[in-house]
Design a protein around this ligand. Structure first.
Ligand code: TXA
Ligand code: MG
Length: 324
């Protein structure tokens, strides 16, 4: 059930988490599906609930830097610099894991992903519960991440307690930065861009992909599709938006469109997102969820500018558009 995050709701969330159950909570990026990271059966429940392969490790959410340090064997100076500037915030750091972190959290790997979220409700929950919370995005595996409490409830039904913190501010998932390798590597782009991070710690390499993507390499393309709505997505240049929609409509399809620059279209269901990266990211997943709710058969998305400020958005759109 969706609840306003008042004191009674936080108390109920704490009771459930201490009991090994899951609770969904808002972060500044997307909603998370949280469970006690040090309790193996709660972690297992996260994988089962999401339908997530247990080869795909989870991010551990903590309330402060001291808790983060307790999870790792080595805390490099770069972690200090990044944490001081960007935590709480939309940045997950990967570091060599301490022995007491359950294998289930890290998918058997030697590193653990950690972040301090910036949302007041997430922080209030972490403080109150006094546990480390493993929390992936609160959607079924491969589907679009939730940016509202209603999105979470649509995926998981009424049993799950969802703390309602409103629409999330950033709108797409955190930047995942691997500090266990040198130079550091961005494994998942986020709205916190590589340039801002490398100003603080120097050279950062790109493109290795997160653990689930690397795992999927032997079967090419598996994780290339992700963040995807049910309808087939075409990602097209501005001047191709109108003709593509016209062609699909002529074929009798219900067409959803997401544009930011193209003029009004003949789509069945159209969302115009802001022409700024921050505004666009904030609205993107709600637009994808909406078009799914509107039962569109096909989806036409206008390409975004080829500019570093749009890199994370371009990444999500490319994955959403990857053929199933
Ligand atoms: O913004 C976010 O990060 C949200 C909110 C809820 O905090 N969480 C989130 O979690 O997006 P999830 O599980 O949906 O995505 C985490 C990504 C996955 O691609 C996973 O493979 C990768 O981080 N990851 C986690 N631990 C890793 C590790 N030790 N090594 C490499 N990749 C890792
Ligand atoms: Mg996810």
């Amino acid at each position: 059930m969706i609840r306003r995050p008042d004191a009674a709701a936080i108390t109920e969330a704490v009771r459930r988490l201490r009991n090994g159950e899951l609770v969904a909570f808002p972060t500044e990026t997307v909603y998370g599906l949280g469970g006690n990271a040090l309790y193996a059966s709660a972690v297992q429940r996260i994988f089962t609930t999401k339908g997530r392969p247990n080869t795909n490790p989870l991010i551990v959410h903590v309330a402060d830097v001291a808790a983060a340090r307790s999870l790792v064997r080595d805390w490099p100076p770069t972690a200090d610099v990044l944490a001081a500037r960007w935590w709480p915030g939309p940045l997950a750091l990967i570091l060599p894991k301490a022995p007491h972190i359950p294998d289930a959290v890290t998918a058997g790997g030697d590193t653990v992903a950690i972040r301090i979220p910036r949302h007041p409700v997430a922080l209030a929950l972490l403080e109150a519960v006094g546990l480390l919370l493993a929390a992936p995005s609160a959607n079924r595996s491969m589907a679009v991440s939730p940016t509202t409490a209603a999105h979470v409830a649509e995926s998981f039904g009424d049993e799950l307690l969802v703390l309602d913190g409103g629409a999330t501010e950033v709108g797409i998932e955190s930047t995942v930065l691997d500090l266990s390798v040198r130079p550091a590597r961005v494994l998942r782009h986020g709205m916190l861009g590589v340039e801002a991070l490398s100003e603080l710690i120097g050279r950062i390499d790109e493109g290795a992909g997160t653990a689930d993507e690397r795992e999927a390499m032997p079967a090419p393309g598996m994780m290339a599709r992700h963040y995807a709505p049910r309808a087939a997505v075409s990602l097209v240049a501005t001047e191709e938006v109108a003709p593509t929609i016209a062609r699909l409509r002529a074929a009798g399809e219900r067409v959803g469109a997401i544009v930011w620059n193209a003029s009004a279209t003949q789509a069945t269901h159209q969302t115009v997102l802001p022409a700024t990266p921050d505004g666009y990211a904030h609205g993107l997943y709600a637009a994808l969820h909406d078009a799914d709710s509107a039962r569109c058969d096909a989806f036409v998305i206008e390409r975004v500018p080829d500019d570093p400020a749009w890199t994370a958005i371009h990444d999500r759109l490319t994955r959403a558009a990857h053929p199933a």
